[in-house]
Design a protein around this ligand. Structure first.
Ligand SMILES: [Zn+2]
Length: 688
């Protein structure tokens, strides 16, 4: 996966290591909306609930009750129903390509890859053989030079040991790509997983160490030695974690900018010769780079110097085996699932093989598979309508910016320049990635995976020193998600999201504005959230704000920090208001823009907001269309993990948190003072 230290901000959920993509064995529920004229899922609504008491329960209550989480899922929502439909389409494409690999080079790549993944008997028969050569290499590391060679080799194969090395837009000149070194090398999801002292966190750590030990046993280490090795791994990772920044701190882009010469980096790390590392990974030559967390590099350096070579070999062995687990026989796949699936997310059953293989092709050859997906599914009508909606919503944002009372004319001027510069990408890339140099053997899943990784590493490294290609996509076309990229100042909507419940040609305008319209508004607002606002129209990290406007912004944003921080995500774990601030700002700003756009569209057509379809006024349809994107059930383990790592609030709070700030909502549903969802005009949190 592509990585840059200023990650683009996505709409929905972050996928965590080992959880793969979200699919299910449940039948696609595509008929539920057939009987509604509006496009709303009327069967989802809980009529016994009071919309002014809990709007989420009202909009989604019956859906929630009738859609339990499948055993192989960590959560189940209307998102997942769409994902499931996509997955079935991708399966059809891949089975067809696997049967017709001689038809075209593209069929050979994706069909051969899929076939190699589906060939379980052959994978079983090979056992641990695919690991042997690499394990042998690791076992022979005797000094720091040899250690460096192996770290470089693993990095080329995208096994993330010790740190991250990747290209990134230059923070001061975002049109150019520079090299970037960042913290990394952990097996648990995030820094604080190593440091929290509550019983649940202790338990997760204990299970992690047990899991690491079991993986060592699976490659033939005795139980007693496996325990020692697992303890070594935990001890090294804990040192790395202590030197890392936590997810919340990392949201401040300024904290991650330390441009330096390669000589300065060498002085920071005398025991690990980064200059030689860059040569070993075949990076283009460069003399300056960005180091996100200099203190981390220092700690890594002293760790290399102070730990004995045996401990460091254990660490590399663990990461290589863990990264390879899903490519191996059942015992590895199941042990990997035991921790990363069951313990971390609460899922009880592994997904069927075909789903895992579809995800694998999407991960490794995403634009080859995506190309076929687009040919089969993407409608030009959907694209045109989305382009129109983007324009309408941009206009609303422009009007809104100009009318803000808290912002000075100077900052407004800059904000409008930035808004006008936002580029839109809809559907799929103009130019498809060329995978012709990746050798795919339909009988070698393990080899295919690592060859595809090497291809991707090379593709990424070659960007260093070159202009940023803003036409490139961070998500594959079937992805049900969208993102704003702060360093490129563009919004991106993959083909996968332009379908119900987000968008439908047949749905009422009010419902489309409430769903895809809100998504568009959300992504646009990201350019002006607590993180995005620090980048200028060209994507450079540059302060274009008057000091007094910044103070106003922070004061208004603080209202969201408090509001969302009050929501309890899992027993004893609240949403982190600071971590989720950008997403909450985007949710609240986005819905406002989409609502204003709908009102203008209705006025233009001389339609009344109170005209009813399916028994709901236009405004009510809008809010229901919005809320029903988020109908979902979630396992408590997963809710806890999300609250601790994910910048997005949980689905329920994405609905409740937003409507509680909107007098327009109370007005639409006739809510009154004292109602949970009621807020008086001029009250409630609002930035944009
Ligand atoms: Zn977002």
């Amino acid at each position: 996966m592509e990585y840059s230290h200023f990650s683009p901000v996505a709409l929905c959920l972050t996928l965590l290591a080992g959880t793969a993509t979200t699919q299910t064995s449940q039948k696609a529920d595509s008929n539920t909306t057939q009987e509604s004229k509006s496009g709303l899922d009327l069967t989802a609504i809980d009529k016994s609930a009071n919309p002014c008491g809990s709007f989420y329960q009202y909009a989604c209550g019956t859906w929630i009750k009738s859609h339990p989480i499948p055993a192989d899922e960590s959560s189940w929502g209307r998102f997942n129903e769409l994902l499931q439909r996509n997955q079935e389409i991708l399966r059809g494409i891949l089975e067809d390509s696997a049967k017709n690999q001689n038809r075209s080079p593209l069929d050979q790549k994706i069909g051969g890859f899929y076939q190699s993944c589906m060939n379980e008997p052959l994978i079983e028969q090979r056992g641990t053989t695919p690991l042997h050569a690499e394990l042998q290499r690791i076992s022979q590391i005797g000094n720091q030079d040899e250690l460096l060679n192996e770290v470089a080799r693993l990095h080329e194969r995208q096994v993330g040991v010790f740190f991250r090395f990747a290209p990134s837009p230059d923070p001061k000149n975002a049109s150019m790509t520079i090299a970037d070194i960042d913290q990394g090398g952990l097996g648990l999801p995030e820094r604080d997983f190593y440091l929290r002292t509550d019983p649940k966190s202790e338990e997760i750590r204990k299970k992690y160490v047990e899991h690491v030990a079991k993986m060592f046993e699976l490659i033939g280490v005795s139980p007693a030695d496996a325990q020692k090795k697992a303890a070594n791994v935990m001890s090294i990772e804990t040192d790395l974690a202590k030197a890392s920044l936590d997810v919340t701190t990392r949201r401040d882009p300024q904290r991650l900018v330390h441009e330096m010469s390669t000589e300065k980096l060498a002085a920071l790390s005398p025991h690990f010769n980064f200059t030689r590392f860059f040569v070993q990974v075949n990076a283009p030559q460069f003399t300056t780079l960005n180091v996100d967390v200099p203190g981390f590099v220092k700690t890594f350096n002293s760790l290399i110097a102070s730990r004995n070579m045996g401990d460091l070999r254990d660490y590399l062995t663990w990461h290589f085996v863990s990264a390879s687990a899903r490519l191996l026989s059942k015992t590895f796949v199941e042990e990997n699932f035991e921790f990363y699936g069951k313990t971390l997310t609460g899922v009880t059953e592994l997904k069927p093989r075909w789903k895992r293989c579809v995800s694998a092709v999407d991960d490794e050859l995403g634009e080859a598979l995506g190309r076929k997906y687009v040919e089969q599914t993407f409608g030009e009508q959907g694209k045109r309508r989305t382009v129109d909606l983007v324009r309408e919503i941009e206009k609303e944002m422009s009007d809104d910016l100009q009318s803000l009372s808290w912002m000075s004319p100077e900052t407004k001027k800059q904000a409008l320049v930035k808004l006008a510069a936002v580029a839109n990408k809809i559907g799929y890339p103009e130019k498809w990635r060329d995978y012709s140099s990746v050798e795919i053997d339909s009988k070698d899943y393990f080899g295919n995976w690592y060859r595809a990784n090497e291809f991707e590493s090379k593709r990424e490294r070659d960007k260093i020193g070159k202009p940023v290609d803003r036409a490139e996509w961070e998500m594959t076309p079937p992805t049900v998600n969208a993102y704003y990229d702060p360093t490129e100042n563009n919004i991106n909507f993959p083909a996968g999201i332009l379908q119900p419940p987000f968008y439908s040609n047949a749905a009422a305008d009010a419902v489309n504005y409430g769903a895809i319209g809100v998504v568009i508004g959300h992504e646009l607002t990201h350019g002006f959230d607590d993180q995005g606002r620090k980048f200028d129209a060209d994507g450079n990290l540059k302060d274009w704000w008057q000091a007094s406007d910044e103070q106003h912004f922070n004061k208004l944003a603080d209202c969201f920090v408090k509001e969302y921080g009050s929501f309890e995500a899992a027993p004893g774990v609240h949403q982190n208001g600071q971590l989720t601030l950008g997403e909450n700002t985007a949710d609240n700003g986005g819905i406002r823009l989409a609502y204003m756009a709908l009102m203008d569209a209705l006025a233009k057509k001389q339609e009344s907001p109170s005209a009813k379809v399916d028994g709901y006024t236009q405004s009510q349809q809008f809010f229901l269309g919005f809320a029903q994107m988020w109908c979902s059930n979630m396992r408590p383990e997963y809710a806890r993990l999300r609250a601790q790592t994910d910048p997005h609030s949980l689905p329920e709070f994405r609905v409740t948190g937003v409507v509680k700030n909107m007098p327009e909502f109370g007005h639409a549903f006739g809510c009154k003072t004292g109602d949970q969802m009621y807020v008086a005009t001029g009250q409630g949190c609002r930035v944009w």
